[in-house]
Design a protein around this ligand. Sequence first.
Ligand SMILES: NC(=O)c1ccc[n+]([C@@H]2O[C@H](COP(=O)([O-])OP(=O)(O)OC[C@H]3O[C@@H](n4cnc5c(N)ncnc54)[C@H](OP(=O)(O)O)[C@@H]3O)[C@@H](O)[C@H]2O)c1
Length: 218
Amino acid sequence: MKIAILGGTGSIGEGFALRWAEKHDILLCSREIDKAVKTAEEYTSTLLGKGLLCCGITGCKNETAIGDADLVVLSVPYGGVVPLLKSLKPFFKDQIVISLVVPMKKNKWFEYTPPKQGSAALEIKDHLPESVKVISAYHNISAKKLANLDLNLDYDVVVCGDDEDAKKTVMELTREIKNLHPLDGGGLSSSYMVESLTPFLINLSIRNGLSDLGVKFV
Ligand SMILES: NC(=O)c1ccc[n+]([C@@H]2O[C@H](COP(=O)([O-])OP(=O)(O)OC[C@H]3O[C@@H](n4cnc5c(N)ncnc54)[C@H](OP(=O)(O)O)[C@@H]3O)[C@@H](O)[C@H]2O)c1
């Protein structure tokens, strides 16, 4: 599969690129081509340095990768998503788009700040062609832990979406990351529950001296 990671130069993009590059072509995307190419080279060298297989990580501008991709990961901060999608909408066809976007702000503690649609995932769906299949996942995974290939993650990943085939594809992709366990979280309208867990986990970490908490249902 060709996977485009928009904002792949950032914190959580790194872990997805490193973890999926063994079996998939990664289009590592940025608003700036030089940054994308440099970061793609760094990630490739990390994998080769560990003796791991790599199908290929190619640095691209966000807009040039989308048309070629089977699946697009939206890995940019909430505040940048809608403006970015307004400019990129014409490049989408019928890809699967994964939103891991969490709208939140910090007052005394972190708070979930959903848009009027109810969740970032539903707002994102409004800004893409109807043929695109939006799936929501990975909101509660720590970027730091995902990028540490030596770490045993052992987390559940709740996957929400209205297209059952697209949801199955994302659940399979999740299983490819060792010890991440996908759970079907229902339709995209359920995404708000999973998105809102992220500021809660951050507050739990801060208040209890823990770091990079994730979720496991037992
Ligand atoms: N970090 C985590 O642990 C974590 C966990 C779960 C979910 N998430 C979610 O994943 C998304 C990415 O998080 P992150 O921590 O990886 O973010 P980040 O490192 O701050 O940013 C990721 C990339 O987004 C691009 N970007 C930044 N501002 C932008 C804007 N205004 N418009 C377009 N692109 C912009 C940048 O790429 P270029 O400059 O190269 O274009 C940047 O490298 C967020 O929505 C977050 O809620 C994060």
